[in-house]
Design a protein around this ligand. Structure first.
Ligand SMILES: *Cc1c(COP(=O)(O)O)cnc(C)c1O
Length: 465
């Protein structure tokens, strides 16, 4: 499998090179070319596989420069850290199917991909004898998952930017209480979009990037999207076993468009088994406006009770645009030039129709999010985290617009990560899993920096490997 850039400015590269490059050298995002698909006979075999075995089959389709054996070991090592052999179990809650993606070490779906990515980096560096400084931005959950993926590993330092005071208390503690010396947390005086823009600006300084061997753990890294494709296929096969032939829909609480883009790839991979993808947003609804009106225009970030989705500039959106634009990199380039100048992207009527075939979308405000947590709890005793609740509420609101098969709602975080929002909804905090008990008592460390590229660069220079 070869990897190309959405902006067409690099020669095709291998999977390993794509993972190490992160952001494409021409400023675009990397994609496999061509997209693979599998037939129903293959799916019949796949439906009995364990999660790690299915992950190996799927990832292997996209990777041809890593032996099956090495990949298998790396995947098994990643999912051993989860607290259930199912890795991503599916539970029926009232009429909803809930795909629980929060059984990893940091209790959010980011673990599913980042435990694999940490092992990939580690393997590549061991084989090449090189070292790496990881640089990433987090709206709350990526940071801790990435840190847990590489803590204490040889030849890797990790620098994570989070918006100061804008992540939940538990999220901040999960990142800043990790004692290993290769972990550096930066609390940035700005928003998540500032964090992400600074990281992107630094990755675009190619001399600096290569001098300091910068690596990326954000969902611009293809390996993350790839690892997430697996649970869409896994859930589709499991739910269809119970419900029959109808395609399944997915509802996905969306911020950076990484998770739902993995759903889009899964849909191409196992056509026609996935119906529609519900793009669920909180009050930061740039992507919902795009789906409904064909108009992508930034506005100001609103801070909500689902902070991991408080994003205006969705980094993976470019990958979808590439397919929407018939895989023509020139058009992607022009669209982003236009976005830089005019702060908007507008698509044609035909493209809008295509978007509506791919996605349904709803934006859920904070009051409805709280009500949804409360209602589901009253009816079933099950506690949703506020991000998952956005997805469940969107699925409920759009039920008449969706193909009639079952809809699977992605549970992207454990409710104990967001005790304040949950407590507002149901009058008590959710019980804490073992990994969070006593977290306030551990010592915590981080550096506060202004939202400036140079301040972050200087800090990296001082602490890089
Ligand atoms: C990151 C995150 C999201 C958003 O996922 P994207 O891939 O950025 O769209 C949703 N919910 C939770 C809990 C998250 O951590």
């Amino acid at each position: 499998m070869r990897y190309i850039s959405t902006r067409g400015g690099i020669d095709p590269i291998s999977f390993t090179e794509a993972v190490m490059m992160g952001l494409a050298a021409d400023g675009g995002l990397l994609l496999p070319d061509p997209l693979p698909s599998v037939d129903s006979a293959t799916l019949d075999v796949w439906k009995d596989l364990s999660y790690p075995d299915l992950a190996l089959k799927i990832m292997d389709l996209f990777i041809d420069d890593l032996s099956n054996k090495k990949l298998g070991v790396l995947i098994n090592d990643a999912y051993i850290t989860f607290n259930t052999p199912d890795v991503t179990p599916i539970v029926k809650v009232g009429k909803h199917y809930i795909l629980e993606l929060f059984h990893g070490p940091t209790l959010a779906f980011k673990d599913v991909a980042l435990q694999v990515l940490g092992n990939l980096f580690s393997l590549f560096l061991k084989e090449s004898g090189e070292k790496m400084n990881i640089l990433g931005a987090t709206s709350g959950d990526t940071g801790s998952a990435a840190i847990y993926g590489v803590r204490g590993k040889d030849n890797i330092n990790i620098f994570i930017l989070h918006p100061q005071g804008r992540v939940s208390k538990v999220q901040a503690l999960q990142m800043t209480t990790v004692p290993e010396k290769n972990v550096f947390n930066i609390a940035l005086k700005g928003t998540f979009d500032d964090c992400q823009a600074i990281v992107k600006a630094i990755f675009n300084q190619l001399d600096f990037k290569s001098q300091y061997h910068l690596g990326s753990i954000n969902s611009i890294n293809w390996a993350r999207v790839l690892a997430q494709v697996v649970y869409y296929v896994y859930a589709t096969l499991k739910v269809k076993e119970q419900t029959g032939d109808e395609p399944v829909n997915f509802s996905v609480p969306t911020g950076n468009f990484g998770d739902i883009f993995a759903g889009y790839i899964a849909k191409q991979l196992i056509r026609p088994n996935i119906g529609r993808l519900v793009l669920a947003t909180n009050e930061n609804n740039i992507l919902t406006r795009f789906v409904l009106q064909g108009h992508y225009a930034k506005s100001k970030v609103i801070h909500t009770i689902s902070p991991s989705m408080d994003i205006q500039v969705a980094s993976n959106f470019e990958r979808y645009l590439y397919y929407l634009y018939n895989q023509e990199p020139e058009r992607v380039k022009q669209a982003f030039m236009f976005l830089d100048k005019k702060d908007e992207i507008i698509i044609s009527r035909e493209e809008r129709a295509q978007v509506r075939r791919d996605f349904a979308s709803a934006s859920i405000d904070q009051a409805s999010t709280i009500t949804t947590i409360r209602d589901i709890y009253k009816k079933t005793g099950y506690i949703l985290d506020p991000h998952t609740a956005v997805g469940v509420a969107a699925a409920e609101r759009l039920v008449a617009d969706l193909p009639k098969g079952p809809t699977i709602c992605l549970a992207t975080a454990h409710p104990a990560k967001f005790p304040d929002a949950v407590s507002k909804a149901i009058g008590r905090e959710p019980e804490r899993p073992e990994s969070l008990k006593g977290i306030e008592d551990r010592s915590s460390r981080y550096e506060v920096l202004p939202a400036e590229v140079d301040a972050v660069k200087n800090y990296i220079v001082k602490h890089a490997l």
